[in-house]
Ligand binder design. Structure first.
Ligand code: ADP
Ligand code: PHD
Length: 449
């Protein structure tokens, strides 16, 4: 059995849905189909999830929602019309979208997630009916019916272990099951979504739950490229990656797959393939426990912005027991999780996502650290990007980092930070964000040309 996930670009309109149907029909092992909300095919398109966010914001602030409701329903209506499937499904969809504006506003932490989940939920309903109309025995199953139970963390849910026994039962269905991605239900029955891009996570959970032989993730590119195709012109595509390599690349900007999506399949040792809905005969990129091509030192270069660094120096810091712990405890008190922590003998830097910070929080953090640890110098640095040079092969190769630093220095790009984890799967460079694209191009040229 194979679990197949189709992203927003694959279910964005009727033309794309015909391709989805052909892909599902061409392999009878494709029994579980996870779908996203209609997304973008052209730059001008707006993702239904983004429309639903607008809808929620208007509803929350008690503004007129008539126009946005129409816009959302129209996305589904044009598909129903062009595919010529029964109109009753559109009535269901319209009722569901309009019904959101009757939910109680008050103190409901799950209201936004309930709005957002409607994108994938209605997509799955429509696609199940479409498949049936074309002779594929299929059935819509909601995450609630499937037993996909998640933690009570709005917009950031995680799967609960208890889900897997429920999901295993889906193996017994004869039909092709069409399941909405992106959300689950909490133990108390509330809708709770994963973070953005989370339909990839649903696919992975389902693949682990039914012990699939393969998790196929269909998107709009021929697999994963060695660098972001929007930054490097026609980057080479990667045939194989390990779970660890993919996780590092996804974390640092390869948005083609959600960075938390690989955990369930990694644990269950299920191979993944990233394929193109618009070019399904292309082999795509395989993600496995180990690569057959062992020689390649570096497989990809990713970059992501939106980082800040808290830099602290104190003479003889290395002799002060518990210094690092106390810094992290203070950050924890302010609800900040850290991403990296490069250090020297008398200084440490803590890298975090900018989104956790506000000016006020920064001031309070600085004051508290000054009071508790009396550093010689302490300041926040903003507008940082993290670059990751990733490859399991770098463990055995000498000079990989040196090549990268030379390439950056030749272009006058200053390294703010450098870090390598003990597993040696990646090297991280911190640079100013305005140099990110130039740096990725320089590194790509060095390692791949
Ligand atoms: N290294 C990379 N290789 C391939 N695609 C990448 C890479 N980095 C970023 N992307 C982007 O990821 C996009 C596909 O992911 P996403 O937009 O989530 O698709 P979907 O609509 O299928 O969920 C591609 O169109 C591409 O722009
Ligand atoms: N629709 C959700 C979840 C998702 O995974 O979408 P996509 O497959 O289009 O990345 C989002 O936009 O975040």
């Amino acid at each position: 059995m194979k679990v197949v996930k189709f992203g927003g670009s694959s279910v964005a309109n009727a033309v794309q849905l015909e391709k989805v149907l052909d892909i599902v029909k061409s392999d009878e092992k494709r029994k579980i189909v996870i779908v996203s909300a209609p997304g973008k095919v052209t730059e001008a398109d707006i993702k239904v999830t983004d429309l639903l966010i607008e809808y929620y914001d208007l509803y929350e602030s008690e503004q007129d929602t008539t126009e946005i409701i129409e816009k959302i329903i129209q996305r589904y209506a044009s598909m129903v019309e062009e595919l010529q499937i029964e109109k009753s499904v559109l009535e269901d969809i319209a009722t569901s979208i309009k019904g959101l504006a009757t939910l109680e506003r008050g103190d409901n932490p799950y209201l936004r997630d309930t709005f957002l989940s409607a994108g994938e939920d209605n997509s799955a309903k429509l696609i199940a009916v479409f498949f049936q109309s074309r002779g594929v025995k299929s059935r819509y199953i909601s995450p609630k019916e499937a037993g996909l139970i998640v933690t009570s963390e709005p917009s950031n849910a995680r799967v609960l272990e208890s889900s897997y026994a429920n999901l295993a039962k889906l193996k017994n269905f004869e039909e092709v099951l069409v399941i909405p991605g992106f959300f689950g239900v909490t133990e108390t029955g509330n809708v709770c979504t994963f973070s953005r891009g989370g339909s990839d996570v649903t696919g992975s959970i389902l693949a682990a739950g039914v012990e699939a032989e393969l998790y196929e993730n269909f998107t709009d590119v021929d697999g994963i490229f060695a660098a972001h195709p929007g930054v490097v012109h026609e980057p080479m595509s990667i045939q194989e990656l390990t779970y660890k390599e993919m996780r590092e690349l996804a974390y640092a900007g390869f948005t083609v797959i959600h960075d938390e999506a690989l955990f369930p399949v990694y644990q269950a040792k299920i191979p993944v393939v990233i394929k193109n809905t618009n070019n399904p005969t292309h082999a795509g990129t395989k993600i496995l426990a180990s690569r057959t091509e062992k020689e390649l030192a570096v497989v990809g270069i990713a970059g992501d912005d939106g980082f800040a660094s808290l830099n602290i120096s104190k003479y003889l810091m290395n002799r002060e027991l518990g210094f690092g712990r106390k810094v992290l405890e203070i950050l924890e008190k302010f609800d900040i999780s850290f991403e990296h922590m490069p250090s020297g003998i008398d200084d440490i830097s803590v890298i975090m996502r900018e989104r956790y910070l506000t000016e006020e929080k920064e001031q309070l953090i600085l004051e508290e650290i000054k009071k508790v640890l009396a550093p010689d110098e302490i300041y926040f640095e903003h507008n940082l990007s993290i670059l990751m040079i990733v490859g399991e092969g770098m463990r055995e190769k000498i000079g990989v980092t040196a090549k990268g630093t030379t390439a950056l220095s030749k272009r006058g790009i200053n390294l703010e930070l450098i870090n390598q984890g003990s597993s040696e799967v990646s090297v991280m460079f911190g640079i100013k964000s305005d140099k990110e694209k130039a740096a990725i191009r320089a590194l790509y040229e060095t390692y791949f040309n």
